[in-house]
Structures are given as C-alpha cells and as structure tokens.
Design a binder for this molecule. Structure first.
Ligand code: NDP
Length: 328
C-alpha cells in the first residue's frame, strides 16, 4: 500500500516538492480492525491549515507520515462483526490507496440512491457545511437575499441550491465566465465574476440593489468587505472559510467593518462538526432534494493516487467545479 506524506511544511502556496509518496506495511489485521481498498479520496481546503505546525481545531499533519482526510472505500477484510467484506464505508484514512482502521472509526454509507463519492461532497462534509451554515448559523429563511462566495465550489454550490430550494434570492461569486455560467444554471439569480476588472463591492451593489440579508463567506478578504458594505439591517454572516488568506496569511483590510454597528450585523464563525449530531435530518432533507432532482451534483475528478497533490493544489487556483475528488 502507498500513501502521501508531508515532506516539508509549505511556506505560502504549497508545492509538489512538499509532498512525498511513502510505502505502508501491509500488516495482518488486529482485533476489531478492517482493511479498506479506497476508491475515492477527498481534498479539502482545510487540509492547508493542517500543514502548518500550529494549534488549531484539527492537529497538524506529522511530517513523513501518511496524511489523513475523507475517503470512501470497499472493505476487503474485516475483523469486526458489524462490518462485512464488500461494505462501502466512509472514514478519515485518506491520502492512501489502502487503509487499516478500527471498525469503530468507519461509517457504513447511508442507504441513499446516490453514487458512493457523493458522501464526500454534497451528501458529506461539504454539503453539511453549506446546509447547516446557511440554515442554522446564518438563520437564512425564505425571502432573504443571500450572497455566497466560492459559489462554484463544493460548499458554495450546495449553498446556492439549498437557498433556491428554500425560497431565497441568491447572488453567487466565482472566478471566470465558465464557472459563473454554471452557478447561474444552478438557479442563482445573479453571479459575480470576481476575476473581472469590476471590484466585488461595485458588482455586488449592482447585483443586490436592495442589499443582502445573509452572507455565506468562503473566501474572506475583498468579498467579506463587499458583503459588509451591502449588509442590510440585522444581516447575518456565516463565516465558513477564508481561502483567500490560507496561503498568504495576509491580514484582511476591512474598509466597511464599522457598518456592522449601525446595521446590527451578526457575524458568526462555525465548524461543521458542531452539526454532526444532526446528520439524519440532513440526509433526509438533502437526500429528498437529490432524489427529486432539485439538487445537481457536480464533481471534478483526478484519476489515480499519484494525482492527489495536483488535485489539492487545484483548490487554490480554481481547478474545480463542484467537489474536487481523486479516484483511486
Ligand atoms: P471549493 O470546492 O470551494 O474549492 C475552493 C474554491 O475556492 C476554488 O475552486 C476557487 O474557486 C476558490 N478560491 C480559491 N482561492 C480563492 C481566492 N483567493 N479568492 C476567491 N476564491 C478562491 O472548496 P470547499 O467547498 O471544500 O470549501 C469552501 C470553503 O469552505 C473553504 O474556505 C473551506 O476552508 C471552507 N470550509 C469550512 C468548513 C467549516 O467547517 N467551517 C468545512 C468545509 C469547508 P474560483 O475559481 O471561484 O476562484
């Protein structure tokens, strides 16, 4: 078995030379363990934070050891009564082709009529992030005008579609004409191309002449400032991510921050794990919308374990529409 390890802690934008493939022992299974042939591996922006040696809500990756991340695979050997050979499972021993993990750390895929990799995207961690971030953290409701950044990504494209399904007006932002057209096709009422020459603050003013009630932040920086500039009275911001600063670490200049006083704007950060105990409700609502065709699923797939760093780096250069995945 083989796995990717972190060879060096990246400075700024990660490079291919920061990663190295290592061989893993194919030891016999211990009591209660299962062996999984990974079929799908997830790359996610939060993994960039784990590459730094700093205290955070997830511990840093250890140098020279197999990295971790979301994965879906098929059980090929089992020492546990509850998990059978052939079961498809979700677990966190990703970045490798084969994983040996305690059965207690794997989850059988819920019985929903979707392909297995959907549990790494719209029906998985990113989908839950969009769903609960929008409906619980930002308390978005029918009639609200919602602005969402990185709207063509895994989380953002879920936010756009859930918001439309629940009767909201949606403005998305994404980089480039092709992505903007795709976000529009998901139902967004307006889409901003933040890579065009028009500043986001100006484009948002034109797209939302009556202001915004909710901002779902995936990006930070200029997007967050633009949202503050156009926030309505009692607007709610769900701060999900700030991908604009993950590599640069740059301080964000917020020209419009003081607007939150007069307009009583509420800004709340959150981590999706806060909502893991509500997975059943999520599967029911999202599963229903997927089955009814209300939601569209989109993936950008890299083929082969070797391509994993490419897929990961692509997250920071806009290489994906929908969920970025690696097919082993
Ligand atoms: P995406 O699928 O959205 O992929 C990242 C996208 O971000 C890229 O495709 C790119 O799209 C955009 N992007 C990259 N760099 C920049 C930049 N400098 N400025 C603007 N856009 C940029 O990833 P996810 O959906 O998985 O994650 C989206 C956000 O949500 C991230 O910030 C992530 O950290 C956060 N997150 C937070 C969680 C939580 O629990 N709080 C859980 C999961 C995700 P484009 O071409 O449009 O630039």
């Amino acid at each position: 078995a083989r796995a990717w390890s972190l060879k060096a802690r990246p400075q700024g934008m990660p490079k291919h030379t920061d990663f190295a493939m290592i061989d893993l022992d194919t030891a016999a299974l211990g009591a209660g363990e299962v062996r999984i042939a990974n079929r799908w591996l997830s790359v996610d922006p939060y993994m960039r934070g784990r590459m730094n040696d700093v205290k955070s809500y997830v511990p840093p990756f250890a140098l020279g050891e197999a990295m971790q991340g979301g994965a879906v695979g098929e059980v090929v050997e089992s020492n546990d009564d509850g998990i059978k050979v052939g079961d498809m499972v979700l677990h966190m021993a990703g970045w490798r082709d084969e994983a040996v993990v305690p059965a207690a750390q794997v989850q059988k895929l819920p019985a929903l009529d979707v392909p297995p990799q959907a549990f790494l995207g719209q029906l998985g961690m990113p989908g839950m992030t969009g769903y609960f971030g929008l409906l619980q953290v930002a308390e978005a409701k029918a009639g609200d005008t919602v602005f969402v950044s990185a709207a063509a990504g895994a989380v953002g494209s879920t936010v756009v579609q859930v918001a439309k399904a629940k009767g909201m007006t949606v403005i998305g932002s994404a980089g480039g004409a092709e992505k903007c057209a795709w976000v529009k096709s998901l139902g967004a009422d307006a889409v901003i191309d933040y890579k065009s020459d028009v500043p986001v603050v100006k484009a948002l003013g034109e797209a939302a002449p009556k202001g915004i009630d909710v901002y779902f932040d995936n990006v930070g920086g200029e997007h967050l400032d633009a949202a503050l500039a156009h926030a309505n009275m009692h607007a709610r911001f769900a701060v999900c991510g700030m991908i604009d600063v993950y590599n640069s670490g740059a301080a964000t200049q917020l020209k419009y921050l003081a607007r939150l006083i007069g307009n009583r704007v509420q800004i709340r950060g959150f981590i999706v794990s806060d909502y893991m105990n509500r997975a059943e409700e999520f599967y029911k609502d999202m599963g229903g919308m997927l089955a009814a065709g209300t939601l569209k699923r989109q993936e950008t797939v890299h083929e082969g374990l070797e391509t994993m760093p490419d897929a990961f780096l692509g997250l920071f250069s806009g290489g994906n529409m929908g969920k970025m995945l690696v097919k082993v």
